[in-house]
Design a binder for this molecule. Structure first.
Ligand SMILES: [Zn+2]
Length: 240
């Protein structure tokens, strides 16, 4: 279906070649900002809640790391989209924020796995994933720094590898509580990629991508709260 010729066509601009950046319409700018701004406060409150549910130092530290990345993702994204809407003439600032917007995704992926890796018992080999994910996040960040927007498909491959690789460890956990929610959240991100790549084909494509990210993050948060922050248990073997 060609949205451009439909009555919804005015909500989006024409598609651009792969080496150019899509310019959202005013409507899309508003939606891009709103769809992530909405989650900043809930993510701060939600992760503070995990912090207060913590029974030991590891749970507290993990809640801080996770909360910092979760609220950081929505905050950086909102700031970037606001600047690219209202202050796009500040080219350098916008460029830096766009890089930050991409870098924070790597740390967000690492932080989404961190509670499972830190708070569940893992085998001797699998436990190395606890620090490997952060090395991967740093490599991803370095990649963005040097090759930002140059090879878009490589960027997508990096995100996919980083999202799927630690899951191999999670799948091998003796305690599989929460696995269903983890997979569902992951599916939301992967379905969202369709829209991430649909600027100029579907009106509000980027905002729809944001919503898929919010749903994925929400499902993962729910699983972390339900299975890993059970009051009065330091060994995560029971569920609520
Ligand atoms: Zn965005």
């Amino acid at each position: 279906m060609d949205f451009k010729k439909s009555k919804y066509g005015r909500f989006m601009n024409s598609r651009v070649p792969p080496n150019k950046r899509y310019r959202p319409t005013e409507y899309e700018h508003v939606a891009n900002c709103a769809t992530h701004a909405l989650w900043i406060i809930p993510s701060i409150l939600g992760s503070s809640f995990l912090y207060f549910l913590s029974d030991n130092q590891w749970e507290s530290i993990t809640a801080c790391i996770y909360g910092f990345a979760l609220s950081g993702l929505f905050t950086v994204s909102t700031v970037f989209h606001t600047i690219s809407w209202k202050k796009s003439h500040l080219r350098t600032v916008e460029h830096c924020l766009h890089m930050c917007d991409r870098m924070v995704i790597y740390f967000f992926i690492a932080a989404s796995y961190a509670p499972w890796l830190n708070l569940r018992e893992l085998g001797p080999w699998a436990s190395h994933m606890r620090w490997v994910i952060w090395i991967m996040a740093c490599v991803g960040t370095a990649y963005v720094f040097f090759f930002h927007e140059r090879y878009k498909i490589v960027e997508l491959v990096c995100y996919t590898v980083m999202s799927v690789f630690p899951a191999l460890v999670i799948l091998s956990m003796a305690n599989s509580d929460g696995l269903f929610e983890l997979i569902m959240g992951g599916m939301s991100y992967f379905l969202g990629i369709v829209f991430f790549k649909s600027d100029g084909l579907v009106p509000f494509a980027h905002a729809i991508w944001h919503l898929f990210v919010a749903v994925g993050a929400g499902v993962h948060y729910y699983a972390i709260w339900k299975y890993l922050y059970v009051p009065g248990t330091t060994e995560m073997k029971t569920s609520r």
